[in-house]
Design a protein around this ligand. Structure first.
Ligand SMILES: [Zn+2]
Length: 138
């Protein structure tokens, strides 16, 4: 018996809408219909109030680098080091563990927007690319 592909192990009725969105390069979040909380990764209930009434909404695709580190050792076959692993805080609030695309240096607090990395198999995954700094107010 062959081992299921990674995505087959993680795609279930709760996560399927997320992966369907990823296939269309749309970053989807769950939003609670009772309290309005946004959450990611997908769960069958709201983390804030426990309600089971959740809907899927498309994220703005923007956020800020909440934390980051640079990986210098090869740990994944199709990722060439060095690359940046980041925790991005989305505009809606949830944080997503991701990569920063390309080799542009980023700092904590930098603005980023979603891009998509295609893989040899499975749906594309959301990565983020830096945005220019906001103009300062005078
Ligand atoms: Zn809720």
């Amino acid at each position: 018996m062959t081992e299921p592909a990674l995505d087959e192990r993680f795609e279930d009725p709760t996560t399927k809408p997320y992966w369907d969105g990823a296939r269309a390069q749309r970053l989807l979040l769950q939003q609670c219909l009772r309290c309005g909380n946004f959450q990611l990764y997908p769960r069958p209930f709201c983390l804030q109030c426990g309600a089971g009434d959740l809907e899927w909404v498309e994220a703005a695709g923007s956020g800020r680098v909440y934390s980051k580190t640079t990986v210098h050792l090869r740990t994944v076959e199709h990722l060439d080091p060095p690359y940046v692993v980041a925790l991005v805080e989305l505009t809606e609030g949830p944080r997503i563990l991701t990569n920063i695309a390309g080799s542009v240096p980023v700092s904590i607090g930098d603005r980023v927007r979603v891009a998509w990395r295609h893989r040899p198999a499975g749906p594309p995954v959301p990565v983020f690319e830096p945005l220019p700094p906001e103009p300062t107010q005078r």
